[in-house]
Design a binder for this molecule. Structure first.
Ligand SMILES: C[S@@+](CC[C@H](N)C(=O)[O-])C[C@H]1O[C@@H](n2cnc3c(N)ncnc32)[C@H](O)[C@@H]1O
Length: 451
């Protein structure tokens, strides 16, 4: 087995995320293959392995945009920036894992304030270069002033306050992945985007977004929450609401493509388009979730005085996903794009990666898990639907127990409806069936508790 050279050098150890080699700090434990929850450690050079699924989805989305031309025309370049890139794993994965035929059109900028992290990025990128080399020159004509930074084998790397970096040149793809809340960066990000663009935002301040920290939610997001089964979905919609209203202030409108509550963070991906008309209609998609006596909810634009107590918002009440784009985010695609082939794995092992067959199996499982349930739920999540928490169903239906999810889906399907599991840490499903139909189907499957 190949020797783990990085251990020998004392710089840390080598890990693989997707099919990209990552140097971990010497004091960072080798990640388990399914890390969940917030990382225990932070600081310069620390890679949060729990964010790997979000980075995998980012690779898939960017590849999809280049392949299906929904952001820039077929013969145009796409300029992407990770504004808070840390050690640059995301940008290195973009460069390394997006198919070769799109790489020439992809111009990547990596920015962070932290020099230690950027040095680590440069070191890793030089020592473990992408499989394909692209020879882009610096596009200094695009910047208001010559940018402080340099080109490193197809990545433009700069050290700047993200709010300045975002405003300095127009990007079509911006990734905002701060520690905690993204609110401080949103105005600059939206203003800096090109006319038609894509914005991906991570927020780890889930206590604020769900409303479990009511004062932070009020302060940062101007919203009020209710911590119940719908708090995860509320968190996603509160963040989307803030992005939509921020965009509207800058004459832009948004169209969500993917929006997920991924355990310890919320991640939303939206198209942003310059349009005064679209921006003027932002309030059509803003409202409140009012809890109903039967345990579900409805969205309203304005709660009546007697509804306020049972309402959370204001939040985004429009569609959450784009059917076609999310529908293409399959497990097969994740593995095909982000897992190394046998010969690639051989090359990576020769470069010093210690990677057993079991590691490879776990890594593929993790890649599949990154997109699990997305393609199947894409249609429902992109139109009007109702969410149910499986654990609430017995109470709602008075059945004492819940049917198996797959059995319920088959029964709903046979009754002419659609239902699918939602990617969430909790067992949620989404359906277009009415409350009465969901209850009747549940009772028909498991009987009511009096039976
Ligand atoms: C959560 S990390 C980013 C992780 C990275 N996107 C990834 O996928 O690995 C947040 C980063 O934001 C950087 N940062 C914080 N405030 C900043 C600012 N105002 N401008 C630029 N970078 C900043 C920190 O140095 C840190 O590296």
């Amino acid at each position: 087995m190949a020797e783990d050279r990085s251990e020998v050098d004392g710089t840390g150890h080598l890990w693989m995320e997707g099919k990209t080699l990552v140097e971990l700090r010497a004091d960072q434990e080798r990640p388990t293959h399914m890390p969940r929850g917030p990382a225990k450690r932070t600081g310069p050079g620390f890679l949060n392995p729990a964010m790997a699924p979000a980075r995998t989805r980012s690779v898939l989305l960017l590849a999809d945009a280049l392949e299906h031309h929904w952001l820039v025309k077929e013969d145009h370049d796409l300029r992407a920036m990770d504004a808070l890139c840390a050690t640059g794993v995301r940008v290195r994965r973009w460069r390394n894992e997006i198919p070769a035929e799109h790489q020439e059109r992809l111009r990547i900028t990596a920015n962070d304030l932290d020099n230690v992290a950027l040095e680590q990025l440069k070191h890793a990128h030089e020592r473990y270069p992408p499989l394909i080399s692209v020879g882009h020159a610096v596009e200094d004509d695009r910047y208001n002033r010559t940018p402080q930074g340099g080109m490193h084998n197809g990545l433009f790397i700069m050290q700047n306050d993200a709010r300045i970096a975002l405003m300095e040149a127009a990007y079509q793809w911006v990734d905002l992945d701060p520690f905690g809340s993204p609110v401080n960066f949103l105005d600059a990000a939206i203003q800096g985007l090109s006319r038609t663009a894509f914005l991906e935002v991570t927020a780890t301040d889930t206590a604020a977004l769900t409303g479990s920290s009511a004062s932070s939610q009020h302060r940062r997001y101007g919203a009020k929450g209710i911590v119940d089964s719908y708090a995860h979905d509320d968190a996603v919609r509160v963040l989307l609401g803030l992005i939509a209203t921020t965009a509207a202030r800058h004459d832009r409108c948004i169209e969500p493509v993917l929006a997920l509550f991924d355990g310890h963070h919320v991640r939303v991906s939206v198209k942003v388009r310059r349009s005064r008309d679209g921006a003027s209609h932002v309030l059509d998609s803003m409202g409140w979730r009012v809890r109903a006596a039967n345990g579900t909810y409805e969205f309203v634009h304005h709660p009546s005085p007697d509804e306020v107590e049972r309402a959370s918002g204001p939040l985004w009440i429009g569609p959450l996903w784009n059917r076609d784009i999310a529908g293409r985010m399959t497990q097969e695609r994740a593995v095909a794009m982000c897992s190394p082939s046998e010969s690639e794995l051989l090359t990576l092992r020769e470069a010093g990666l210690v990677w057993s067959e079991a590691d490879q199996e776990y890594a593929q499982r993790e890649l599949r898990r990154s997109v699990r349930y997305i393609a199947e739920a894409a249609d429902l999540m992109s139109k009007e639907h109702t969410l149910y928490h499986m654990d609430d169903l017995p109470n709602m239906a008075g059945t004492g127990q819940a049917p198996k999810m797959e059995v319920l889906f088959t029964a709903l399907d046979e009754a002419g409806f659609s239902a699918a599991r939602v990617p969430d840490i909790d067992p949620f499903f989404v359906t277009d069936a009415s409350f009465a139909d969901v209850m009747a189907t549940t009772r028909a499957l498991v009987g009511s508790s009096g039976d």
